[in-house]
Design a protein around this ligand. Structure first.
Ligand code: MN
Length: 259
């Protein structure tokens, strides 16, 4: 199995390398990621300036790694078209520092990195976690490795695009894994004002997404201490097969056994 890893927190982000270290145990891994923080860049791609790429020293030994002067989308496109020699089986993006829930998947750079893989026919997984705490990141990374193996073993279909969010909790406090749908909510709903002495300016204000009464959504699941797996799809008529409760229960048992 060969996995491309990208992210939106940048090539030096801890979550990226914890993910790479774990996926390297089950696959041949290549890392191609933005050279700087690109969170909330959404599906942006760079078309009007050259994209510069540096081969970088990996923070985990024996992994080929490149930093891209561009977005997560740029990174995935460059990787799949140019940088990775040989085939890629799966694209994994993350582990993001911060949840990517509800309609905000559309502004998420993390989801966008996976999206560019999905749009090119690769199974794709975006993984996000509320806090960048290494112990929780390791749980997220092990879950990503389990999911990659399920795709490789064809337990999950090849045209899958998963948005995975984990609560920042020790595994023994997580209640299980839920297959969810996106809540119809965004976490940017307010604007703050300031004045620099000359001119008024504005800030878009982020709020934590919570209090969703709908038990089927990603927000509900994470708020109630479950891992959320949302199968995403872009093609309006090609809805993916649902992820079953049995699959989620089995996956959570495997995650617990792997810790
Ligand atoms: Mn981010």
């Amino acid at each position: 199995m060969r996995i491309l890893i990208t992210n939106d927190d940048g090539i030096t982000a801890q979550g990226l390398w914890i993910l790479a270290r774990e996926l390297k145990k089950v696959a041949h891994v290549t890392v191609v990621a933005p050279d700087r923080e690109q969170s909330a860049i959404g599906t942006a791609v760079t078309l009007r300036k050259p994209l510069r790429v540096q081969k970088v020293t990996p923070l985990v030994p024996d992994i080929e790694a490149y930093s891209v002067e561009g977005t997560p989308g740029d990174s995935a496109i460059l990787a799949l078209n140019k940088l990775v020699e040989g085939r890629v089986d799966i694209v994994v993006s993350g582990i993001n520092h911060g949840l990517n829930l509800g309609d905000d998947v559309l502004i998420s750079g993390t989801v966008s990195g996976a999206l560019q893989g999905y749009l090119r026919g690769f199974p794709a997984i975006a993984v996000s976690l509320a806090e960048a705490e290494s112990h929780y990141q390791e749980n997220a990374a092990r879950l990503a490795a389990l999911l990659a193996r399920k795709i490789d073993a064809k337990v999950l279909p090849a045209n899958i695009f998963l948005n995975v969010n984990l609560p920042s909790l020790p595994l023994e406090k997580i209640k299980g894994i839920k297959s969810t749908r996106l809540a119809h909510k965004t976490h940017i709903n307010a604007v703050a004002e300031g004045h620099d002495g000359k001119q008024e300016y504005y800030f878009l204000v982020r709020q934590q997404l919570k209090n969703d009464p709908d038990r089927k959504t990603d927000i509900w699941a994470v708020e109630h201490d479950y891992i959320s797996i949302t199968p995403l799809y872009i093609n309006l008529t090609n809805k993916p097969a649902p992820i079953t409760d049995e699959f989620c229960a089995g996956l959570f048992q495997e995650l617990q056994a792997s810790s």
